[in-house]
Design a protein around this ligand. Structure first.
Ligand SMILES: Nc1ncnc2c1ncn2[C@@H]1O[C@H](COP(=O)(O)OP(=O)(O)OP(=O)(O)O)[C@@H](O)[C@H]1O
Ligand SMILES: [Mg+2]
Length: 381
């Protein structure tokens, strides 16, 4: 013991060393991923509680040995015990106790406070071009048309498309002191990096810049009272969802996919990422699902039927509906006139969107009414 005098292992040093242990699949460290639920140190005995993605946890042993090896590099460690639990305090693998959803190790992740925002719903996909932004706009406008207070945050900092889809590319958010006032369009409060950069301009983003911008969009924008903050994500599984999940308690994520097999695989990957980030998957939406011929009204399944629904069932998450491929959706997206879809209801598209909106509302409401999954949107730093 004399050897380590003066530098005994502490909880802070354990948390620090855990920042060097990566999840073998996501290649991010366990602390950033919010997988470290608790650390205790007593008399040189270190206990680390890790929350895993799935009850099956195939990578459990690897994670355990990586943690043990990292913690043992600290002086004064007499023993290391690693406990595991599954997300949401459900089934556990191992003997660990479970903690309430949303619990975080104090000081590990600083949060942005959005006291008047009742739910935050991200719309993402593993793949580009499947209709994330289209679904975000249609869901947001659909919710607003039902009387909800809705914000739409374009978190696609690489390729912002929301200003164009809402026909407000020329508008600029207001600045009052250091508070940013969102653009108002189609009954929504809207914020996008697209308002701040020219349409031809490209930004070379580094991780910390993305982190800072997204946090500013959350914390510095005057969102006011919202029932829903819909967040349109960039394609893939990168920095943006990670920053979001660390910065605010998210109600959940909607995964968009198209019926092609490869898109479905990407959807599964995206869903797994959210689970790893402790963001609940509210469900899967199948976009560009079927085609209704305007002249005959006949429906054609262009890429096969039921794939997304089966993928959702396989993931154990709800299926939130199918949106057909329809030329009016593309035209209204290009023209920035989402209302046309709801007013005109071409080939019954508005009804399909309505079904999706109802399914999303049901998922959000059920999460808010269940004590295990309810997120408090008032978070103190
Ligand atoms: N159901 C649909 N019917 C017809 N066109 C659609 C439909 N959904 C999306 N589109 C069109 O497909 C294109 C891509 O859609 P969108 O920009 O929403 O995809 P995305 O997943 O957000 O793309 P990115 O990965 O680039 O962010 C757009 O031109 C959009 O109008
Ligand atoms: Mg998009």
């Amino acid at each position: 013991m004399g050897l380590f005098k003066g530098k005994l292992v502490t909880r802070e040093r354990v948390v620090d060393v855990l920042r060097t242990v990566n999840d073998p699949e996501l290649h991010q460290d366990l602390v950033s991923l919010n997988m470290v639920r608790d650390v205790t140190v007593a008399d040189g005995e270190v206990r680390v509680h890790v929350e895993l993605t799935t009850p099956a946890c195939p990578l459990k042993d690897r994670i355990r040995s990586d943690i043990e090896a990292a913690v043992r590099t600290l002086g004064g460690v007499r023993g290391v015990a690693v406990e595991f639990s599954a997300p949401g305090g459900g089934q556990t693998c191992g003997h660990a106790h479970s903690l309430a959803a949303g619990h975080q190790v104090p000081g590990v992740a600083e949060q942005v406070s959005l006291p008047d925002v009742r739910s935050v719903v991200a719309v993402g996909a593993g793949k580009g071009g499947v209709g994330k932004s289209t679904i975000s706009v249609l869901a947001a406008v659909g919710l607003a048309r039902r009387g909800a207070k809705v914000g739409l945050l374009d978190a696609d900092v690489y390729g912002p498309s929301i200003p164009k889809m809402l026909g407000v590319e020329d508008q600029r958010p207001g600045l009052v002191g250091d508070r940013i006032h969102p653009v108002r369009a189609h009954g929504l409060k809207v914020m996008s990096i697209g308002f701040l950069i020219g349409p031809q301009q490209a930004v070379v983003w580094r991780g910390p810049m993305i982190h800072g911008t997204i946090r500013q969009f959350l914390g510095q924008v005057e969102w006011g009272e919202l029932d829903y903050l819909i967040v349109d994500l960039p394609p893939g599984t990168g920095d943006v969802p990670l920053t979001l999940s660390q910065s605010i308690p998210m109600t959940g994520a909607v995964v968009v996919c198209t019926p092609q097999d490869v898109a479905l695989l990407d959807a599964v990957r995206a869903a797994r990422m959210y689970q790893q980030l402790n963001v609940e998957v509210l469900g899967v939406v199948e976009n560009m699902s079927y085609f209704i011929a305007p002249d005959t009204g006949q429906a054609y399944d262009l890429f096969g039927k039921g794939g997304a629904e089966r993928a959702a069932a396989g993931l154990g998450v709800p299926f939130l509906g199918s949106i057909p491929v329809n030329v009016a959706i593309r035209i209204s997206g290009d023209a920035g006139t989402p209302e046309d879809i709801f007013e005109g209801n071409p080939e019954g598209v508005a009804m399909a969107i309505d079904g999706m909106v109802t399914a999303i509302v049901a998922q959000v409401v059920s999460r808010q009414s269940s004590p295990e999954t309810r997120v408090s949107l008032t978070v103190h730093p």
